[in-house]
Design a protein around this ligand. Structure first.
Ligand code: CA
Length: 233
């Protein structure tokens, strides 16, 4: 999942970047409203953290322009303390949630998870598809009850697919949602990540023999020339 982080305070932006990347997100950044507006209009971001007090163009104007342009990604605004009318104006302009500065990083991450979940129609913080499970809070992944260790990129691919079970996702879409804007993207590597995921996310001989697991087994199906789909078999 890709987050657009818009904050002109360099120190706070660095803290947020570290926290977001630590939580498994790909992060694009802007430190002013003009760049933010451009990135939000042109990049495939899954959610935005938007400070309202920004140089060049203020955050509220940026948000209104995105919504007017039909950009409907979830937006979490950061507002100044004791400025209740900023919150009201932000929500009316199309913000999905707000946080008042100063805030705890854990709260920001929890609110973002909830926004991303809602945007993809998921209700629970633990995504479940048959015998596969992904806990979006801890990043813990299991297959048939067994923990699975994934690389950062493998996790990003699985996380994206687990948010959209049964939905056909193209390689281009996956590529857009796991790499930041300035990254040298190569959609062929997606195939490599999916190949590794298939290997890692298959129940070990032991667990399938010993447990009569009631859950159907999940798998990533390749739709030739189109992309991938997380399905139950
Ligand atoms: Ca600011």
């Amino acid at each position: 999942m890709r987050i657009l982080l818009v904050e002109d305070d360099t120190l706070l932006r660095a803290q947020l970047r570290t926290a977001l990347q630590g939580a498994g997100y790909t992060v694009d950044e802007a430190d002013n409203g003009r760049d933010a507006q451009f990135l939000g209009e042109t990049e495939a971001v899954d959610a935005v953290v938007l400070d309202l007090g920004l140089p060049v163009v203020d955050g509220l104007t940026v948000l209104k322009r995105w919504r007017a342009a039909g950009r409907n990604m979830p937006v979490l605004i950061l507002t100044a303390r004791d400025n209740w009318h900023e919150k009201v104006a932000g929500i009316d302009a199309g913000a999905d949630d707000y946080l008042t500065k100063p805030f705890h990083l854990e709260e920001l991450l929890a609110r973002l998870r909830a926004l991303i979940r809602r945007a993809s129609g998921q209700a629970s913080a633990v995504l479940q598809c048959g015998d596969w499970s992904l806990d979006t809070r801890s990043g813990r992944v299991t297959c048939a009850g067994q923990p699975v260790t994934l690389t950062a990129h493998e996790y990003k691919v699985l996380d994206y697919l687990m948010h959209r079970p049964g939905v056909l996702v193209s390689r281009a879409e996956l590529t857009e949602h796991i790499y930041a804007q300035d990254f040298d993207r190569d959609s062929n590597t997606i195939e490599v990540f999916v190949g590794r995921l298939r290997k890692k996310m298959s129940p070990s001989a032991d667990s399938s023999a010993s447990s009569a697991s009631p859950a159907a087994s999940a798998r990533i199906e390749t739709v030739r020339g189109m992309g991938y789909r997380l399905v139950l078999s």
